[in-house]
Design a protein around this ligand. Sequence first.
Ligand SMILES: Cc1cc2nc3c(=O)[nH]c(=O)nc-3n(C[C@H](O)[C@H](O)[C@H](O)COP(=O)(O)OP(=O)(O)OC[C@H]3O[C@@H](n4cnc5c(N)ncnc54)[C@H](O)[C@@H]3O)c2cc1C
Length: 415
Amino acid sequence: MADVLELFTTLTDEQAEMRQTCRRYVDRVLAPFVAADREREWDFDPAQRLTAEVLEEADRAGLRALGVPEAYGGVALEEGTEAQTFALISAELARGDVGVADKLVQNWKVAVLLRSLAPASLQDEWFARYMADPQFLMAHCLTEPRGASDRWLPYNAPEANMDTRAVLEDGHWRIDGRKQFISNGYDASLYVVYANTDDAVGMLQGTSSFLVPRDTPGLEVTRCNETIGGRYMNNGEIVFDGCRVSEDHLLAHNDALGKAGIYFHPGKIMQAAKNMGIGMAAFEQTVAFVHDRVQGGKVLIEHQAVAIRVAEMATKLHAVAAMLQRAAKAVDERRPDANAVCDMVKVFASHQILEVCTHAMELHGGYGAMLEVGIEKYLRDASVYLHMDATTDISNFRIARALFPQTAGAYAGRG
Ligand SMILES: Cc1cc2nc3c(=O)[nH]c(=O)nc-3n(C[C@H](O)[C@H](O)[C@H](O)COP(=O)(O)OP(=O)(O)OC[C@H]3O[C@@H](n4cnc5c(N)ncnc54)[C@H](O)[C@@H]3O)c2cc1C
């Protein structure tokens, strides 16, 4: 049983310490908070769902500072195992709650992007502000109402360019457009925004990225999306109407989507890892239940059909864990197959963990459907991962293109 709940079989000292920190936070703060009031995530005032204490405690444990350079008080992970460590701790946090894990992971991912792309003056200002405020969140704005799949393929033709546009005027970039489905979008203090800066070429050559503080005139957060799962992360929609940032807020000019790999590679690993964390929690709770509940005169685990389901859950978790470790290693070692394996593990995890959660629902009988028990939450939380960082079909196209660059059809995108 213990092995199934270990994402990696061997750990560096740093990883063992980080895992311990995460487990302490999850067991003492996060899991009790979620269990104390299961209706809380359904509060339709997004500001009321989470107490300030949840992020304050994460801050005290050092869990907000990952990805931030040490010069600003951040926690630097060992470079050669960074993606693997991010995977490990993303899964551990998601065992407690995947929405809160998402809030923190999003911050780490944007911090990693900023430490690579933002000019020193912006890093000085924004990392300092981030570190000073436990409630400070960051968001990464790519998706628009017209859709995100074209960006993920990519469909690199001018007609598919982003509708959000940025034009340089009098030493300022003027941004106009709309972004939707953005993680942390509702309550972020700082946004990375992608916009078209050259209509004549495809998005790979004509998309730029910008750092946009929330209080910039012309930026308006227009809604919090009510999602099926991960509800402690407030997903939002943001409108830019004549939003002006000074010229130095440019992060990448025209090649922003190429540079976004800094964010996406470890990002997909963390998506799969958070999903794994949901599966680990569903498994843990189910194992306890089948060893306690009696039907037909014996505990459930003594019924053969129940044992088969539990064994399947364990096998699926083992398979996802093995693939995650391999994919994270490929990112850390900057191997050429990193692109393909990141997509593979994200897709594989999204299907396997949904099945793990379905078994958990089956094995809990009627309790599986009861809000106060928490099993239905795992199924809802896992369902969101089919669409995060590209849909399953689009991810499979990307895998086919990586495997067969010469022969994969036009469906796999035009680079
Ligand atoms: C909880 C959540 C959090 C998110 N967080 C962020 C975030 O932080 N930042 C961000 O920028 N975005 C975010 N997204 C957006 C996410 O990346 C997109 O929803 C996803 O990439 C799919 O894009 P879409 O919703 O526009 O669907 P569409 O692109 O409209 O796709 C709809 C359907 O059409 C299929 N399809 C599309 N094109 C093709 C094609 N050429 N061939 C065959 N089939 C095709 C798709 O596979 C899918 O089944 C988030 C989404 C969710 C649900």
